[in-house]
Ligand binder design. Structure first.
Ligand code: NAD
Length: 338
């Protein structure tokens, strides 16, 4: 059993912790929680061990009547791998502690690529993470782009890719960021950071991205335009997508006309927390005109990186091949495996 700890129990950390508990080759030793709030109580009810950030945090948990098993440093002594799901740029401050405890570490997309030197999307570059001390799972948008572009590249080759990203303004519980009534240039300069981030995984890909923020809390939506190297048809691309792992085809003509409908579909599927782990491609939008492929791509920001974190744990511990790991992860999370 791979002993896993999760540092940071927010949007991503809670999902990764639950996903770890579903793997037959992993044990969740505990999670690091900053505050004794309702999420901490819910974790305790699930039987998850709680660790405080520091001694001050430990006292706050005691005062809040929630039992803790120690601090983050105690947790690091008890695990093989830590998944760092702390806020953007906070992960980097923990790197020395992870090194000192001699644990392998998985960071998230809010950290710089240079922190680990390896940015990870399982189906694209699993082997780059094998037996590494530290790996960074890329952000939600980069994960969606990498899965989709890698599929197109393997089928028709990519001369260049261009994407305009409409990003959710905040996660559902980030009430401090709203309410808002604007479309925000994010940033006004081109390219946005997403294109260079894709290149940390799909090395050498010609890609430029632009991004805006829109007043919604669930999902990002990309308009993707790809110049193909080889002649291809819409049917060939759809066939490739249908065979691509962790990519879901939806149809507006079947009623999935918006991100809200994707979330509603997740509820109907009985997915935990309404999570869509797959990159979502609208079948109706896929077209090829003058050697250019076009499509709409949806990304459920809270969920898409969860399977990647699980595969990254197996990669850094060298315990499974890419295909075995993806098969186990998909089975445990209820993702249709291809
Ligand atoms: P979050 O704010 O929801 O959760 C972070 C948690 O860490 C919070 O519970 C916070 O209290 C806790 N925390 C704060 N300081 C801490 C510390 N010093 N030690 C331990 N815990 C601490 O953040 P998130 O959205 O889960 O993001 C985590 C990482 O995942 C970031 O790198 C982010 O860029 C990345 N990411 C986020 C999303 C998303 O859409 N939310 C998607 C993909 C990747």
């Amino acid at each position: 059993m791979i002993r896993v700890g999760v540092n940071g129990y927010g949007t991503i950390g809670r999902r990764v912790a639950d996903a770890v508990r579903k793997q037959s080759d992993m044990e969740l030793v505990g999670v690091v929680k900053a505050r004794p709030d309702y999420r901490a109580r819910s974790a305790v009810e699930k039987g998850i061990g709680i660790y405080a950030v520091d001694m001050k945090g430990l006292e706050a948990f005691k005062a809040g009547g929630i039992g803790v098993k120690g601090t983050v440093n105690d947790l690091l002594q008890r695990v093989d791998v830590v998944v760092d799901a702390t806020p953007e740029d906070t992960g980097a401050t923990y790197k020395p502690a992870y090194e000192q405890a001699n644990v392998r570490a998985i960071f998230q997309g809010g950290e710089e690529h240079s922190l680990t030197g390896v940015s990870f999307v399982a189906q694209v570059n699993f082997n780059e993470g094998v037996n590494k001390k530290m790996v960074r799972v890329v952000s939600c948008n980069t994960t969606g782009l990498c899965r989709t572009l890698n599929a197109i590249d393997s089928s028709a080759g990519i001369a260049r890719a261009r994407a305009v990203l409409a990003r959710r303004a905040a996660d559902p519980d980030e009430v401090g960021k709203g309410p808002i009534d604007a479309i925000v240039l994010d940033p006004a300069t081109v390219p946005s950071h997403h294109g260079p981030d894709v290149q940390t995984v799909l090395h050498g890909l010609n890609i430029v991205t632009m991004a805006i923020k829109v007043p919604t809390t669930h999902m990002h939506l990309h308009s993707l335009i790809v110049t193909l190297k080889r002649p291809s048809t819409k049917e060939q691309l759809l066939d490739t997508f249908a065979k691509t792992p962790r990519l879901m085809l939806v149809e507006a003509k079947s009623g999935v006309k918006s991100t809200a409908h994707v979330m509603d579909m997740a509820r109907e599927m009985g997915r935990p927390r309404n999570d869509i782990y797959e990159a979502v491609v609208w079948k109706d939008s896929v077209s090829v005109v003058d050697g250019e492929a076009h499509m709409f791509l949806g990304v459920h920001q809270e969920a898409i990186v969860v399977p990647e974190n699980i595969d990254a744990i197996r990669a850094v511990t060298g315990t499974s091949s890419r295909d075995d790991s993806m098969r186990m992860t998909d089975a445990a999370l209820g993702i249709a495996h291809r």
